[in-house]
Each structure stands twice: as C-alpha cells, then as structure tokens.
Unconditional design. Structure first.
Lengths: 112, 114
C-alpha cells in the first residue's frame, strides 16, 4: 500500500518556464515532507523540506507547498534549467518514527 | 568530504550465493539505513540502525541481515540470494533517528541475481 504517491511518471518543461511536481500522501500522521533529486548512477540528493506547521518553504528557485487538508504537496521550480533534468522523489514521515516513505518518482526533462 | 560511501558499485550473483554490501559514513551520524529501489516502487526501507548497537527491521527485511559494526559502518548481508533481490541498494545516514533532518544517501550498489 503506497503511502506516498506521485501520479505523474514524467514531465517535460521548456527552459525558463515553471516546473510543478505533485505528490499525495495518505497517512495523516506524516508531519515532515521532503523532496529529493536523483541523477542516473547517483544516490538521491536532498533538495528541500517542509514541516506540517508551515504551508510553504522556499529555497532559491525551489518552493514546496503543503496542503494538509488535501494531503497534497507540490514542488515548484522557477525558472527551470536543463541541469534540473532528473528524477524527483517526494518523501514523508512521522517525525517521531524512523521510516521515511518515498513516492515512485517523477522524471523531469527540461528542454533547452 | 566523502559523505556516505558504498561498496561495491555493481555485483552479479547466482541464486543461492551470499554477499555483503558495505556502507560507511564520515559525517558522525548516529542513524544509518538500507533502502532498495525497484522500478515503479520508489525506495523501500530494508533495515535501519537508530544508533550504534541497535538494528531494526523496516518494510522489506526478509532475506537480509545487517550489522552495525561501529558508528561509521553499517553492512547488509544477503545469505542466499534470490532473483527477487535484484535491485539497486542505497545506504543512508542522518544525525538522529527521528525529528526534522534529511537522509544523506550513498551512490548505490546495483545488484543482479541470476
């Protein structure tokens, strides 16, 4: 039973435009959410996170939005750059627990 | 600054063979984890070690054993490999087991069991 879902396996965006990656979760105990970026033949790299006490967190070109009532979060990348082309994983956890649950990933392609 | 180092990078085993995947971190983290990544499944937790001297099962522990050798090193052992264990294995660490800190991952071991 997938507790974190990324329903779009892939996304293509023109360079300079906005990329929006979506993620849904089912466990209401989750209170900490993260996005990881993964290049081929490398491990996932932490990108940005948000705790449930916030609804938005920004770090440069990356912004994560959290809608707790809808159990939905999204990652916005503005402007998108070719180097952003990678697989993006959404992850979530209960801060009192040890396991981090991952979605299946979305492959982002930024077209120059 | 190496972070999390995994060896080997690639491995091919025959069904029934055994092997140990090695992981070491140099960030003085207390907690270490083993995940596997399969197509269409995301990353799933196999075992973790919240602190030196402790280990616990994750979502998919069957067919695996782990050893927290010291604070730096956490190994994953397959006693009798099966084709279902063909996967990419990632080791990760974080400063504390719970709370609001991210996992730091190694670059993975790609294992094929024939």
């Amino acid at each position: 039973d997938q507790q974190v879902k990324q329903n779009s396996p892939s996304l293509s965006v023109q360079e300079g435009r906005i990329s929006i990656l979506n993620c849904d979760y089912t466990n209401s105990m989750f209170d900490y959410f993260l996005w990881y970026k993964k290049y081929p033949a490398e491990g996932p790299t932490f990108l940005i996170s948000i705790s449930s006490i916030k609804d938005k967190n920004e770090d440069g070109r990356f912004t994560v939005f959290l809608n707790k009532s809808a159990k939905h979060l999204s990652l916005h990348i503005v402007p998108s750059q070719p180097g952003d082309s990678a697989v993006y994983f959404c992850a979530a956890k209960d801060s009192g627990a040890n396991n981090l649950f991952f979605g299946t990933g979305t492959r982002l392609t930024v077209i120059p | 600054n190496a972070g999390v180092t995994q060896t080997p990078k690639f491995q091919v085993l025959k069904t029934g063979q055994s092997m140990t995947l090695q992981c070491a971190q140099d960030m003085n983290h207390n907690s270490m984890y083993w995940y596997r990544q399969d197509p269409g499944m995301g990353l799933r937790l196999i075992y973790y070690s919240a602190s030196e001297g402790t280990t616990d099962k994750g979502e998919v522990p069957n067919g695996y054993n782990v050893s927290r050798l010291n604070k730096r090193e956490f190994s994953l052992r397959l006693e009798s490999a099966a084709p279902s264990q063909t996967s990419v294995y990632f080791c990760a660490s974080k400063s504390t087991p719970g709370g609001y800190s991210p996992l730091h991952f190694g670059n993975g071991t790609r294992l094929t069991v024939t």
